[in-house]
Write a protein that binds this ligand. Structure first.
Ligand SMILES: *Cc1c(COP(=O)(O)O)cnc(C)c1O
Length: 257
């Protein structure tokens, strides 16, 4: 089947409102433009400079050919939530010089892989993991940008520290010189209630502001990684400096493989 025919079938079979699956570099250029316009509009509504917001495209489940097409459209950083999948992709696309961000929770038996190839880890919430990463990174003469994950929604199932635990955790990270603390990361409650989502994001910003004020030495540049396809515009209005966007760029994920 030719690529254009495949594309046609995907488009025709996609219900309205679900982002269509991006396949070609041209698809990715279009999707990127749309997302960047929304980022710019959200930043403007909040009186912010859109250049303060970094777009991290999330490529979990997306196969190599489509990541290569996305790269050809100018995407140079990708977020992945599974270490094995990310490592396989990094090896297969070593020629592209991609910046790989691990955005999902990490088991301690996977820290070595992350230390070896990843550039960023956004879901740090355990000292044991931080210690292993620090030791292993030093073996490879590498460093890793990290965001500390915070559970602001109070959902039992969500990973991340309680807001009240963050300061002490950051104090412990000071000793790990291979970890560059960039800021805080969160996921809002999975809900359609915009007020609740907004309140989750503003809680993370308040925590960041308070730490920047009292303990600026602990929190790096005080970045805020928050917002996904369904809520990144709200996140930007509430101060996000990194938005992690999958579906709006790549289209619906196919978990069947
Ligand atoms: C999958 C994922 C995203 C992106 O989700 P979309 O809704 O597809 O934008 C963002 N952050 C994390 C931690 C994820 O696992």
């Amino acid at each position: 089947m030719t690529e254009s025919l495949l594309c046609y079938i995907l488009v025709m079979s996609t219900p309205e409102n679900t982002p269509r699956v991006a396949v070609t570099a041209e698809d990715f250029r279009q999707a990127l433009t749309e997302v960047q316009e929304k980022i710019a509009a959200a930043a403007q509504r909040a009186g912010r400079d859109a250049r303060e917001v970094r777009l991290l495209p999330v490529s979990k489940t997306v196969p190599e050919e489509r990541i290569r097409a996305a790269h050809a459209a100018g995407i140079e950083q990708f977020g992945e939530n599974k270490v094995q999948e990310a490592q396989d992709k990094a090896a297969a696309m070593a020629d592209l010089g991609i910046h790989w961000a691990i955005i999902g929770p990490l088991q301690s038996n996977k820290t070595r892989e992350v230390a070896e190839f990843a550039h960023e880890f956004q879901a740090l919430d355990r000292i044991r993991i931080a210690r292993r990463l620090d030791t292993q990174l030093k073996e490879y003469n590498r460093t890793l940008d990290v965001y500390v994950q915070v559970n602001v929604s109070g959902e039992e199932t969500k990973s991340g520290l309680e807001p009240g635990e963050v300061e002490e955790f950051l104090e412990q990270l000071v000793g790990f010189s291979a970890l560059n603390v960039k800021g805080l990361m969160t996921m809002a409650l999975h809900t359609n209630d915009e007020a609740v989502i907004r309140q989750n994001f503003s809680a993370l910003r308040s925590l960041r502001d308070e730490l920047l004020d009292r303990r600026p030495e602990l929190i790096g540049e005080g970045g805020l990684s928050m917002g996904m396809t369904n809520d990144y515009e709200i996140a930007i209005e509430e101060g996000a400096t990194v938005v992690r966007v999958g579906t709006a760029i790549f289209g619906e994920r196919d978990y069947s493989k």
